[in-house]
Ligand binder design. Structure first.
Ligand code: CA
Length: 236
């Protein structure tokens, strides 16, 4: 899940970012209103945390421009003032929730989970492949009826692979979509992560879900009951 945090106060922004990353969200920061609009309109985010007091354009202007661009990304507004006017203005402009500063991180996290759950009522919050389940709200994976501990990047990698199940994804697709930048695709960082992920989600004797396609990339595939080994395209 990708969250955009639009907040100019560095301390607050990094406090939110750190907390959300611990909850395994992918977080991007925008330091002023205009940057926030540009990022929100050009990219897909699952939710936006939006401060009201911002340089260049305030949070209300940001929200109305995002909605005018037909982006329905759920938005939580951070209001500094306790007055009800800000809340009403924000909700009228299409905010999904608001939080008055100062707030406890746990409260922000809980509100965020709640708007993400609401926004995904028609989309399922669970992705499955074979007997592996991924909860895209709590960012937890389960297999063998057990929770699997994943780091933020391992989670993001697994979600990307499962969303593309049945398709071959190349290393460069993974670097762009999961790491959000282009590093040398010859670097073995992807292979290192794949290996770690495999050690967590696979077990000898259980059907193989994540296959390496030699020289091309990786593919997650529903296990074939007639061919539990599925090692035809393995390079290990
Ligand atoms: Ca601010």
């Amino acid at each position: 899940m990708r969250i955009l945090v639009i907040e100019d106060e560095r301390k607050v922004a990094s406090f939110i970012k750190r907390g959300l990353e611990e909850e395994r969200y992918i977080v991007e920061l925008a330091a002023d209103g205009q940057m926030g609009i540009d990022m929100a309109v050009a990219n897909h985010f699952d939710a936006i945390v939006l401060d009201v007091m911002l340089p260049k354009k305030d949070g209300f202007a940001v929200l109305s421009e995002i909605r005018a661009a037909r982006k329905s990304t759920p938005v939580i507004m951070l209001t500094a003032r306790a007055g009800t006017n800000d809340r009403v203005t924000g909700l009228d402009l299409g905010a999904d929730d608001y939080l008055t500063k100062p707030f406890h991180f746990e409260e922000l996290a809980a509100r965020l989970r709640s708007i993400l759950r609401r926004s995904s009522t028609e989309k399922s919050t669970q992705l499955t492949i074979g007997d592996l389940t991924l909860d895209t709200v709590s960012h937890v994976a389960y297999r063998w009826e057990k929770e699997i501990e994943l780091t933020t990047k391992e989670y993001a990698l697994l979600e990307y692979l499962i969303r593309n199940k049945g398709r071959i994804v190349s290393r460069s697709m993974i670097t762009q979509q999961v790491w959000k930048h282009n590093f040398d695709t010859e670097s073995n960082i992807i292979d290192v992560y794949i290996k770690r992920l495999r050690a967590k989600i696979e077990r000898p004797g259980s059907p193989r879900l994540l296959n390496s396609i030699r020289g091309v990339g990786y593919r997650m595939k529903e296990p074939d009951p007639n061919d539990p080994q599925q090692d035809d395209d393995m390079d290990e």
